[in-house]
Ligand binder design. Structure first.
Ligand code: TGC
Ligand code: FAD
Length: 390
């Protein structure tokens, strides 16, 4: 089916509203037209296609769940998930850029910011005129952000920010950074740091073999003077960044599905066309086993994300439920990428097909937003009541 609706083995479509289907299909068309033709070259040459940012904004990929009065899409969480699915069908790096902008920059400004902050930043982030990033991870505090060393000190008429952040998606290109730092009492606070502030730099991390079309960097703060009005007033503590992560991890559960679907579709088409021993390789039982198992895992993962989306809409989804979906869906996606690569034989390792790019990208997705094992431990804590982190 060239409308490219596959796979939809359990008729998930019939659980979607017309608006949700419209959003999904228009995002798919946009990605097919604007991203797919350039993405292989961008990944090959390590280029972040920043010229696409206004188009992503126009398509409603930034802040889909933020109310329209601030330039957002005013949509529900299933629509948000479907957008992430279609963007990541194109490339996980593009989805990273979009999910950071939506869940990790616009979301905290909307949830924890005041009216002036919402009005100043959200409309420009929604259109893609501004790009944002989220600084939680530090060189020595990744899985354990509560140990962070970055500090924010009250100097009376301003704050002073010192420290550094590592592995920050979008940072070298970002106009603003939502940064998490500890105050004099050791309480975690969120502040908005703007490009050009004295003492602030965002060096790029070079030579990644994963997410090559996404730009990643550091954030370095050397006595940066932060105006008082840049602090997010409405929530503090580690719970604030963890709430942002809930939203982003949910989106990733759908996004990884998009990458898995693209690999599955590629392998299915290839298997029906590639002839060996006088017949299409799709006719061999071992190929059918691979395809049948891929479709099964995609279908299970779709239902997991869909149900999670309905719980998100009701405000009832828990962190542990989100961990299960992020962990499961990224794992099945990476396994599907690997199996699809095998179906394509030698062709599978080339840039003629998207599979190796997806596979390499998904290695980062497995690690960021909480590693695969951290999500397992979040589930372990939920089941037993005993945290096994320390
Ligand atoms: P823990 O004791 O669990 O919680 C600390 C405080 O936060 C509260 N809390 C929440 N509040 C609201 N919503 C939630 N979902 C919350 N979860 C927790 C909690 O009640 C507690 O409050 P209080 O008042 O008692 O202090 O914290 P912990 O230090 O034990 O940490 C637990 C752990 C390990 C699960 C957590 O630190 C964790 O998730 N670590 C992984 C770090 C991570 O995911 N980093 C991601 C960085 S951003 C990123 O990777 C972006 S990539 C983007 C892209 O390109 O797509
Ligand atoms: P570590 O925490 O050092 O973990 C190393 C290994 O030890 C992992 O396998 C982990 O599972 C394991 N481990 C750690 N603790 C335990 C434990 N208690 N029990 C068992 N095993 C454990 N961060 C941001 O703040 N903003 C961003 O925009 C952002 N973008 C990113 C983009 C990319 C491409 C990458 C790779 C990372 C990004 N990150 C970002 C950082 C990401 O969230 C961290 O890499 C991740 O949380 C893991 O931290 P770490 O790399 O320091 O690994």
């Amino acid at each position: 089916n060239d409308k490219f609706l596959s796979p939809d083995f359990y008729a998930l479509d019939s659980l979607l509203t017309d608006e949700q289907k419209l959003v999904r299909d228009s995002t798919r068309e946009f990605i097919k037209k604007e991203v797919s033709p350039i993405i292989e070259e961008c990944a090959d040459k390590h280029i972040f296609p920043n010229w696409l940012l206004p188009k992503f904004g126009e398509m409603g990929c930034f802040g889909p769940s933020i109310p329209t009065e601030y330039g957002g899409g005013g949509m529900d969480y299933i629509s948000y998930g479907l957008i992430m699915q279609e963007v990541e069908r194109g490339d996980s790096g593009m989805r990273s850029m979009a999910s950071v902008q939506s869940s990790l920059v616009m979301y905290p400004i909307y949830q924890f910011g005041n009216e002036a902050q919402r009005n100043k930043y959200l409309p420009k982030l929604a259109t893609g005129e501004w790009l944002g990033c989220f600084g939680l991870t530090e060189p020595n505090h990744g899985s354990n952000p509560s140990g962070m060393l970055t500090t924010i000190k009250d100097m009376g008429d301003h704050y002073l920010l010192n420290g550094s952040k590592m592995w920050i998606t979008n940072s070298p290109e970002a106009d603003i950074a939502v940064v998490w730092a500890k105050n004099e009492e050791g309480r975690i606070k969120g502040v908005i740091v703007e490009k050009g502030m004295e003492g602030f730099s965002a060096p790029v991390i070079k030579e990644k073999w994963s997410l090559r079309a996404s730009v990643t960097g550091e954030l370095v703060f050397d006595n940066v003077k932060i105006p008082k009005e840049n602090m997010l007033p409405n929530k503090d503590g580690l719970g604030a960044p963890l709430m942002c992560l809930d939203s982003a991890r949910y989106g990733i559960s759908w996004g990884a599905l998009g990458a898995a679907m693209d690999c599955y579709d590629t392998a299915r088409r290839y298997a029906t066309e590639r002839i060996q021993f006088g017949k299409p390789i799709a006719g061999f039982q071992l190929t059918q086993k691979k395809l049948a198992e891929m479709l099964t895992e995609i279908t299970k993962a779709q239902l997991l994300s869909w149900r999670l989306g309905t719980l998100m809409n009701e405000g009832k989804a828990t962190t542990a439920q989100i961990s299960m979906a992020k962990r499961n869906n990224v794992e099945i996606a990476i396994n599907i990428a690997r199996e699809s690569r095998q179906i394509l034989g030698g062709m599978g390792i080339t840039g003629e097909y998207p599979i190796m790019r997806h596979m390499a990208n998904l290695e980062s997705v497995l690690t960021y937003e909480g590693t695969h094992d951290i999500h397992l431990l979040i589930l372990g804590r939920e089941i037993t009541g005993i945290p096994a982190f320390e």
